[in-house]
Design a binder for this molecule. Structure first.
Ligand code: KG4
Ligand code: ZN
Length: 360
């Protein structure tokens, strides 16, 4: 079985061809970072226009790289949400047109499900498993019970962690996208003890029960520290120390919340012989410090730590195609009148949260 996947829900125009052995036959990701950089963040209208202008070429390039004709595919899978609605609609229209023209089954994919199932594409992880999704739009702890069956145990009640990285980095004077730049800056901090003492930051919800997150207070505390620094150009060593403290804080919060999730996992799913998996995904999972902290935690708790390669952790078409394969195998296809959805919670029973940063 071979499926074309299309992803346009945020600021990457992406397509990929994947088969049911998990071989990625072609994978093209066109980032819009340069278009959004002057604005210090993603501008939805610019994103939609860029998807419109580039998607045809990205799909054509992907099919060429896979050396395939549309008619030889077994299906088309397209992100149907959640995400920036203009972009999602452009991807859906393109995918539906190919599906109609070539009489191919169509699957409208939940973007969060694609992140959650990537570990099955890369590592054949078996259900049930725990997922920490940390990206610019989402911070969630999920249990993947089966294809299409997810429990959301935790989510941010305000900002996503990637958003908090980006906003804090901006306050420190770093260019967009802030997350990777903040990590690089933190590496240059040479006095860790005094950095933590000088730039003490709050650990929101740490020590509280449950698996929810809150990051807006952390961002506010970063702003207050920056405002106290000498006016004018910020000194590199000052912001490096602040970046270091920020990263340590983010790590402590993630570990605390995931610790609770792991305890809940073992009591909800008493395991037999196999070590269950803990999967981390989303763009923030690229952060080496956070990865190391989570790896230690899961090792101590006897879970198998799975972090898909970075190219499959951030937004891409291969993860969308893979959901297409998982669903087509189970005859879970969609009619072509399926609508694009700006919000599409993976777990419809999970309590709604009021926070602005939550897309599901
Ligand atoms: O998953 P992703 O590519 O896009 C979505 O948000 O869906 O994630 C992008 C986010 C951005 O907020 C970016 O700053 C953050 O991931 N990020 C990082 C790092 N690399 C990317 N945050 C911290 N450390 C990094 N090394
Ligand atoms: Zn994503």
């Amino acid at each position: 079985m071979i499926v074309l996947g299309i992803e346009t829900s945020c600021d990457e125009t992406a397509a990929a061809v994947v088969d049911d052995h998990g071989t990625v036959r072609a994978d093209v990701v066109l980032s819009q970072i340069e278009e959004h950089r002057p604005f210090g963040g993603i501008v939805p209208e610019i994103a939609a226009r860029a998807h419109l202008e580039t998607l045809d070429g990205v799909i054509r390039g992907t099919m060429r790289e896979a050396d395939m004709e549309f008619a030889a595919l077994d299906g088309i899978a397209v992100t149907g949400g959640p995400g920036l609605i203009g972009g999602v609609m452009i991807g859906m229209m393109a995918g539906k047109a190919i599906s109609a023209a070539h009489h191919l089954p169509f699957v409208g994919v939940n973007h969060l499900e694609a992140h959650a199932l990537t570990a099955r594409l890369t590592d054949m992880v078996s259900f049930p498993y725990l997922v920490l999704l940390v990206s610019g739009g989402h911070t969630q702890i999920l249990v993947a019970e089966d294809v299409g069956v997810y429990k959301r145990w935790g989510t941010t009640i305000d900002d996503a962690l990637g958003e908090c990285f980006d906003k804090s980095a901006k306050l420190m004077g770093l260019p967009y996208p802030g997350g990777p730049n903040l990590e690089k800056l933190a590496f240059t901090c040479d006095d860790h003890v005094s950095a933590l003492k000088r730039f003490d930051l709050p650990r929101p919800l740490k020590g509280r029960e449950g698996c929810d997150f809150s990051f807006s207070g952390l961002k506010t505390a970063v702003r207050q520290h920056v405002e106290k620094l000498p006016a004018g150009n910020l000194k590199q060593s000052d912001v490096a120390a602040l970046a270091y403290s920020f990263q340590i804080t983010a790590g402590e919060v993630l570990v605390d919340r995931c610790h609770n999730a792991i305890e809940q996992f073992f009591s909800t799913y008493p395991q037999s012989d196999k070590m269950p998996a803990f999967v981390v995904c989303g763009g923030v999972a690229a952060n080496q410090h956070l990865r190391a902290r989570l790896k230690d935690l899961t090792h101590n708790k006897k879970m198998d730590f799975i972090a898909p390669p970075l190219s499959l952790c951030s937004d891409n078409g291969a993860m969308i195609a893979w959901v297409g394969i998982e669903k087509l195998k189970r005859n879970m296809t969609d009619a072509l009148d399926i609508a694009a959805r700006p919000r599409w919670p993976l777990d419809p029973t999970a309590e709604k949260r009021p926070g602005g940063g939550i897309k599901a």
